[in-house]
Design a protein around this ligand. Structure first.
Ligand code: SF4
Ligand code: SF4
Length: 340
């Protein structure tokens, strides 16, 4: 296989920046306040949205409804850290006729009713169809629960059924616990929270591979070497494009298929795999990348094992990035700095 052709994306998230107010232990994109204060430029945003506008599909319930794996969402990092840019993005997407637009937030900004309502109304009036409010045991370590409740209650009034609380189970759990302010993960576990973690869609990739590895059983590398990633890497739904233009699929943070500012060209011309050896190896199986990492860079298997195929993949990529900047598919490089 010399060339691959990414399919047209049917749903997408735009990472306005990797900057976030906190640093969740499970964050797939390793977002953090420590990230460079880089935000997507309005020019790049427009360029990307205009190429997405004839591809993004609405939810099956209509173009004014929202769903996690449908339409277009603005995300981060935390998009409300740059409200003006978020608003411009919503206006652009609306004017371009993109359906099912929502924003994903951690609610840090919901400090009082009035300003929360005002911001949400401004976004709705600009064309935002809905909102996804995140709630989970990792977020609650750094966001006071009162702010999340305020966001949920006011968003429900403004967006109605286009409010997604992700995940509702934790929202109701924290309400039942009469939680106020924040809660450390250690405290959460002491309160018996471990039994609910099985219901969390905790994907063992990204920062979770480092900060939550104690929660998972570990296996030797051998177990994962035949795993293939072609379908994840050539996925057409819920792709992400970051503020540097990196086109990322399969929740695979730190792997760029190319420059989404030239999305149409990327889809039409495809990707020359000889130009991207890491991607080439991953298109075959993890064993290819393992052999490459061992032979070319002296990678050594972790003695404590791996929690998932993505843990192995990420550990090898991180090891390589720390030694060379020659692989443009390992981008953005800063992602690999903020995992720990
Ligand atoms: S999961 Fe969300 S809130 Fe947590 S660090 Fe990542 S972007 Fe920020
Ligand atoms: S193993 Fe690597 S390429 Fe495959 S899905 Fe996981 S992070 Fe993505």
């Amino acid at each position: 296989m010399k060339r691959i052709f990414p399919p047209k994306p049917v749903s997408a998230g735009i990472i306005l920046s990797y900057r976030c107010t906190g640093e969740c232990r499970h964050c797939m994109y390793a977002c953090s306040p420590r990230w460079s204060d880089d935000w997507i430029s309005e020019n790049d945003l427009y360029r990307i949205l205009s190429q997405l506008s004839d591809k993004i599909l609405p939810t099956p319930f209509g173009r004014d409804r929202v769903g996690i794996n449908y339409g277009l969402h603005f995300t981060g990092g935390e998009p409300f850290l740059n409200f003006d840019l978020l608003l411009r993005g919503v206006e652009m997407a609306k004017n371009l006729g993109i359906p099912s637009i929502f924003v994903e937030t951690n609610s840090f900004w919901c400090i009082d009713d009035e300003s929360t309502r005002r911001r949400l109304e401004v976004l709705r009036d600009a064309g935002l169809n809905g909102i996804l409010v995140s709630v989970n045991p990792f977020l609650i370590e750094h966001i006071p629960f009162e702010r999340i409740m305020r966001d949920v209650e006011i968003s429900e009034q403004i967006f109605g059924e286009n409010l997604i609380v992700y995940q509702e189970l934790f929202y109701h759990l924290f309400k039942r616990m009469n939680l106020t302010d924040r809660l450390s993960f250690e405290e959460y576990l002491k309160m018996g929270g471990a039994k609910w973690l099985g219901f969390a869609e905790l994907i063992p990739m990204g920062r979770a591979c480092y900060r939550l590895r104690n929660l998972f059983h570990k296996y030797p590398a051998q177990v994962f070497l035949k795993e293939r990633c072609k379908s994840s890497l050539l996925r057409d739904w819920h792709i992400h494009i970051d503020n540097y233009g990196n086109y990322m699929t399969g929740y695979c943070g730190g792997i760029s298929l190319g420059d989404a500012r030239n999305l149409n060209q990327l889809i039409e011309d495809g990707i020359d795999l000889d130009d991207r050896p890491i991607l080439k190896a991953l298109m075959k199986n993890l064993g290819e990348l393992y052999d490459f990492a061992v032979k070319e860079f002296g990678y050594r298997e972790r003695p404590d094992g791996y929690i998932s195929k993505c843990d192995l993949c990420l550990d090898m990529r991180k090891y390589i990035v720390e030694q060379t900047d020659e692989f443009k598919e390992l981008s953005p490089r800063e992602f690999y700095k903020h995992l720990l």
